[in-house]
Design a protein around this ligand. Structure first.
Ligand SMILES: NC(=O)c1ccc[n+]([C@@H]2O[C@H](COP(=O)([O-])OP(=O)(O)OC[C@H]3O[C@@H](n4cnc5c(N)ncnc54)[C@H](OP(=O)(O)O)[C@@H]3O)[C@@H](O)[C@H]2O)c1
Length: 335
């Protein structure tokens, strides 16, 4: 089968190529999906760039892509709830990466039926960003009706779902974006939009119960300047907390260095009785099932910036890597 493969660390354009690889075999608790569509996420170009080398080096060639939507071609002997022909979507386990391939293996527990009102391209845009938003806002922040939330970067893959999910939960949503995307995030339900090219969220005087930090860097620490006492900051791009370093199974030296790095942030949190958590999202079929209901009821709509054909999948990742996507970047792999 054809699969887009990472061949070395480096820039998107020079480090990827389509190769012919053997069809994966299906384990007892796994399924084989014939890919219809897949989508890229920033982690795909970050891995390629070598951002996570300190956590373990990649053996090349290696597949790429974590989100898939397609049709089940084969089920493992212990899989009971799914059958051949089901239309499913998944954020596949890291062991089976990638989804930019004609066939993809997933744990049966990591898939759900696609929302019945969506096509495969729309469904492929959901898993990683949908699960991340669900785990950040529901599992960790426990965002509740009437609370104020600041969502950084409302126009990105994460932001476009997080705004809609937060509104569904009854929260009041403030988000940041640049001038060209103000209309987009308003249409998604944002109550207040801060155009970061004109104003800083630090100058607004508002205080939030929850800040969803999708930007990292200085924004992680700055998030505490706009947080209410006892509030929660959930970051997906800032400094790793001790929960995450354990989850990753990092060695003691790396954990010690990361603990030093996060110290300013944990200090800021404890000073105001607040909570800081880094989220490393994980695959979860049950949560994809819950998300499907939200799409079917119309509470959340997919937001796709561009759709590419498989032959242009390198261009698709190159576009995402520029950091200006409005929603998701999807690739049509098969039919
Ligand atoms: N820890 C985890 O498990 C996890 C999971 C998912 C994602 N992430 C990380 O979360 C981050 C966001 O992911 P994503 O999929 O949303 O990325 P993305 O789709 O590439 O985000 C692009 C968007 O970011 C906006 N943006 C860029 N700089 C901004 C700024 N200073 N202020 C406000 N908006 C800004 C851009 O809007 P403008 O063009 O208007 O600036 C653009 O619409 C990535 O770093 C990703 O790696 C982590």
């Amino acid at each position: 089968m054809k699969s887009l493969m990472m061949t070395k660390y480096g820039d998107v354009i020079i480090s990827l190529e389509v190769q012919e690889v053997s069809l994966p075999t299906v384990g007892a608790n796994q399924i084989l999906i014939k890919t219809h569509s897949a989508s890229f996420n920033p982690i795909d170009y970050k891995i390629l760039r070598g951002d996570f080398k300190a956590m373990g080096k990649i053996q090349f060639p290696r597949g790429i892509g974590r989100d898939v939507s397609g049709v089940i071609k084969e089920v493992g002997e212990k899989v009971k709830q799914l059958k051949v022909g089901n239309k499913v979507y998944s954020r596949i386990d890291d062991n089976f990466v990638g989804t930019m391939a004609e066939y993809v293996i997933s744990n049966a527990s990591d898939v759900a039926l696609i929302p019945s009102n969506l096509n495969h391209e729309e469904a492929a845009s959901i898993p990683l960003v949908g699960l991340t938003s669900y785990q950040a806002l529901i599992d960790i922040a426990k965002l509740s009706a009437g609370e104020n939330i600041l969502i950084h970067a409302g126009s990105g893959g994460i932001g476009t779902i997080a705004i809609q999910l937060a509104k569904h939960l009854g929260a009041k949503v403030t988000t940041t974006t640049s001038t060209k995307n103000v209309g987009l995030v308003k249409d998604l339900g944002a109550d207040k939009v801060i155009d970061y090219t004109k104003h800083s969220y630090l100058d607004e005087g508002a205080k939030f119960d929850v800040v969803f930090d999708t930007l990292g860097g200085k924004h992680t620490l700055d998030s505490f300047k706009v947080l209410k006492d006892g509030g929660r900051v959930v970051s997906i791009s800032g400094d790793l907390d001790s929960v995450t370093t354990k989850q990753l199974g990092l060695n003691k030296v790396v954990r010690f260095l990361l603990a030093l790095k996060v110290k300013k942030v944990t200090k800021a949190a404890s000073k105001m009785g607040a909570i800081y958590r880094f989220l490393l999202m994980s695959p979860n079929g049950a949560q994809l099932k819950e998300l499907a209901k939200l799409y079917e009821s119309g509470s959340i709509k997919p937001v796709i910036d561009k759709t590419y054909n498989f032959d242009d999948s390198i261009k698709a990742l190159d576009y995402l890597a520029k950091g200006r996507a409005r929603g998701k970047v999807v690739v049509k792999v098969g039919q």
